[in-house]
Unconditional design. Structure first.
Lengths: 223, 223
């Protein structure tokens, strides 16, 4: 049987790059997309288009958790942060933090991996994110690898089941360059926190992405 | 503010004992109940009745994951194991294993704890379970504690967030005794894997529970 992996696919640039990173390794692809009450469905539409373009099997999960309303990424009545680029990630955990989101996302990925026989869960967390979000730290994913090996049927049988974050040491410019090299259809990705017709340009995610492409030295195909 | 915990409440004897264990400590109780497509809703009804009796705030989550159909606890068309008591837990991971269930359950509990400001997620895993289920091992919960501290806003702020398995070294007789001492309304709990009107008496869970009460030396109030 062909080796397979589960890629956590949000529809943004980072997770899309992970999907093509795994694709380049000739692995069979399971993409997992999570609907947890985001302000908009643009990134989920992107996840669908990306999974199709990559030839991945898409698994969409609905997770309605009323307590996530504490996050401005879920509660549309809350204002999204709009701070200067130099201040992003400096003010502690931002209001866009969704309690335990990546913990749940990885856990769901491990469940899927254990059911379909995949050898890893691949996540797009990276250096930029973990300046603000605790659940994007390298140590967090390392600790989760231990959970994966101890708590699954695969791990119990001595078979491989890792939690892999291939972008974890990269900044956004390096990710943009890698995405281009891997042939990611960057125009299909969606990073903006707002649900406007075009990326808003004002949220943290838009600002960091724009800076990344500027440093990488080429235009963002999604704009 | 009163200290609070999240108790993962399946509706069985073990999780009910955890709920009363936390209650005896004077903690504010959040109970988390997970509907993941179980063969029957008896244990969910029990969870509701138990949360009410304990004065806990109940959070019910719906998690529909098509890939869980690999488990005989989810796919009603699959036969439940019916093996002699002496063979339970000896044949490797049983067909009732739900891929990554406890991993997802703890992850959801951590999300809730991070949102409501609870200092621990309490799970009823115990010595009997981890003879068969990998996601009931003491080491698994220890590793998850590290994930909790690294990957949450609470942990990031240096505040306490533990994954606690108070029954992890106890067998079913010791749990039955503890339940009685704590005043758990044992008659409200439901452990049977089948959805019959009365506990089936033939599934692993019924057999282990019967053995536990026999060893504890008193009658099971649920029968």
């Amino acid at each position: 049987m062909k080796r397979s992996v589960v890629v956590l696919l949000s529809g943004g640039l980072d997770s899309a790059t992970c999907l093509w990173w795994a694709r380049a390794r000739g692995l069979r692809l399971h993409a997992l997309s999570l609907r947890y009450g985001q302000r908009h469905s643009k990134e989920l539409d992107s996840a669908r288009a990306l999974a199709k373009a990559a030839g991945a099997e898409l698994h969409e999960v609905d997770l309605r958790l009323p307590w996530l309303k504490t996050s401005s990424l879920v509660d549309g009545a809350k204002a999204l942060p709009d701070v200067p680029l130099s201040r992003i990630g400096k003010g502690g955990v931002p209001s866009t933090y969704v309690p335990g989101r990546n913990t749940m996302f990885v856990a769901l990925g491990l469940s899927l991996a254990d059911a379909v026989g995949a050898e890893a869960v691949v996540v797009g967390a990276n250096a930029l994110d973990y300046s603000g979000y605790p659940d994007c730290r390298p140590e967090f994913y390392k600790a989760f690898g231990r959970v994966a090996r101890l708590g699954t049927k695969r791990g119990d049988a001595g078979r491989r089941l890792d939690v892999v974050a291939p972008l974890v040491r990269l900044d956004k410019a390096a990710i943009a360059r890698l995405a281009r090299r891997l042939g990611v259809p960057i125009g299909l990705t969606w990073s903006c926190y707002a649900g406007t017709r075009r990326p808003c340009g004002r949220c943290d995610s838009c600002k960091l992405r724009a800076k990344g492409f500027a440093e990488a030295g080429f235009a963002d195909p999604a704009l």
